[in-house]
Design a protein around this ligand. Structure first.
Ligand SMILES: Cc1cc2nc3c(=O)[nH]c(=O)nc-3n(C[C@H](O)[C@H](O)[C@H](O)COP(=O)(O)O)c2cc1C
Length: 178
């Protein structure tokens, strides 16, 4: 991969995986990229669970997903990265009351995409899964009450890549120049 633009263009939501395991060193590199993400007041509200154990992955997918999207493909992914949010009192509960900005959600999104882009650079496929039951996921993981899962990210070796990426709105529709 020659540069950042190519990395961004290469990433896609991967929904077909080989079942081969992902080396621990690759997972640590992915987590390190997430850990380097910026966050409001440097609060670092993210917490991660790396789930490779087959029975636990099955439970996450069987019980932790909401119905309706038919995400059976996720069972092939050898790794499920769970993104959890641990809120602080001032930055995450009081400041948003004044600003109306959801800082910890922004922070988790940045960290998750750092992880995903690092995975992409390593040739791995990923997909955000936000259609989840956060409290069920928390119980399955045995996380404490102050950490709420916000997303799963599947990680594994893609079986194929789409010829074209998903469509995007044109810049003219989403940008205001002043
Ligand atoms: C916060 C978030 C939640 C998502 N949740 C799901 C999901 O539950 N299931 C799914 O199949 N894809 C999910 N996606 C993937 C999107 O559908 C996908 O990013 C979008 O269609 C654009 O396609 P692309 O990622 O291939 O460019 C999610 C993406 C984001 C960023």
């Amino acid at each position: 991969m020659s540069g950042f633009s190519e990395l961004v263009a290469t990433r896609f939501s991967c929904r077909a995986y080989r079942t081969d395991p992902v080396p621990r060193a690759a997972l640590e590199q992915i987590l390190e990229a997430a850990r380097r993400a910026p966050s409001a007041c440097n609060r670092q509200p993210w917490r991660f669970a790396v789930v490779t154990e087959p029975a636990l992955r099955s439970r996450l997918l069987d019980e932790g997903l909401l119905p309706g999207l038919g995400m059976t493909w996720a069972a092939e992914a050898p790794v499920i990265l769970v993104m959890g949010m641990k809120k602080s009192m001032i930055t995450h509960r009081i400041a948003p009351l004044l600003s109306q900005v959801e800082y910890p959600l922004l922070d988790l999104g940045i960290a998750g995409e750092h992880a995903i882009l690092q995975a992409t650079e390593l040739g791995l496929g990923t997909c955000w899964i936000g259609w989840i039951r956060p409290k069920v996921v928390r119980r399955i993981l045995g996380w404490p009450a102050d950490i709420l899962p916000q997303s799963l990210i599947t990680v594994g070796w893609p079986t194929s890549r789409p010829e074209e990426g998903s469509p995007r709105l044109p810049l003219a529709d989403i940008v205001t120049w002043r």
